[in-house]
Design a protein around this ligand. Structure first.
Ligand code: NAD
Length: 259
């Protein structure tokens, strides 16, 4: 007898789905049997061929800071698949500036995408989920891509760190309020991933790798696939008793490496 794939019959919407982590997560969830809808303000042609040509993947253009666009995208996802099991608020941006030089416009833009955008995805998805029939007691799951820095200062990170810290508290409030309505809310908090936002910094700033290896006890940057493993678990039935939690997958970055 063949075992049923863990995420068979599971529909997952991922914002920022065309980015490096978004695509790695999509790939992993599809392997586990899910159907994924990638929401992104970037064009579909950023998708690698394996995802672009996969019938289990669809793409909807959507800027998470535009509430109407998020509402339409999620409604369309629900309409085409009959159910929205999981929404992953993953879209993000980063600006790095020393505190005394933080440009208020950059702070505002970062909060707008990372916090307000995540709020839009989370609230609008949860509003749809609460009307769904529960499956094994769960109506839906809202997940966030947090970061190890949600609980840790890191030099030059004011805008990004504050946005992720705000997301963490929002997730906890949501989890508490929606627990009795069958909604689970959790976070995957990666460390420093050699992909996407950190890869751009790594490639642009000569001292980035030095700062990074000084911060990671496991001594190497993380893979996007390790982040995807965390999401696969949080999307699955195996995590049904978790809510309001952060799954920290950071190579020990939060421990602070001491040599
Ligand atoms: N790369 C890392 O080291 C790292 C570590 C911890 C957490 N994260 C988080 O992972 C998530 C994904 O980042 P990534 O590293 O894959 O970067 P990435 O730049 O490859 O992906 C980010 C995606 O978000 C999309 N996006 C940005 N603003 C948007 C908006 N307003 N509306 C819709 N889409 C928007 C971009 O188009 C892009 O496709 C982010 O939330 C980031 O904070 C990344």
């Amino acid at each position: 007898m063949t075992e049923q794939a863990k995420l068979a019959q599971t529909t997952v919407a991922i914002s920022g789905g065309c980015g490096d982590i978004g695509q790695a997560v999509a790939r992993r969830l599809i392997e586990d049997g899910a159907r994924v809808i990638l929401l992104d303000r970037s064009p579909e042609d950023l998708l690698s061929a394996d995802l672009a040509n996969n019938t289990k993947v669809s793409y909807l253009r959507c800027d998470v800071t535009d509430r109407d666009a998020v509402q339409s995208a999620l409604t369309e996802a629900l309409k085409s698949h009959g159910r929205l099991d999981v929404a992953i608020a993953n879209a993000g941006m980063v600006t790095n500036e020393p505190f005394l030089q933080v440009n208020p416009a950059n702070l505002k833009a970062t909060m707008e995408v990372n916090f307000y955008g995540a709020f839009n995805v989370a609230q609008l998805a949860a509003r749809l989920m609460v009307s769904q029939e529960p499956l094994h007691g769960v109506r839906g799951k809202v997940l966030f891509t947090g970061s190890w820095v949600q609980d840790m200062p890191f030099p030059n990170g004011t805008s990004y760190i504050c946005s992720k810290s705000a997301v963490k508290m929002m997730a906890m409030v949501m989890a508490q309020e929606l627990a009795t309505q069958g909604i689970r809310v959790n976070i995957v908090a990666p460390g420093i991933v050699y992909a996407g936002l950190s890869k751009k910094l790594h490639d642009a700033q000569p001292d980035f790798r030095e700062r990074v290896s000084a911060a990671i006890p496991l001594n190497e940057m993380q893979t996007a696939e390790s982040v995807a493993d965390g999401f696969a678990f949080l999307c699955s039935k195996d995590s049904d008793y978790m809510t309001g939690s952060t799954l920290l997958i950071d190579g020990g970055a939060t421990l602070v490496k001491r040599t």
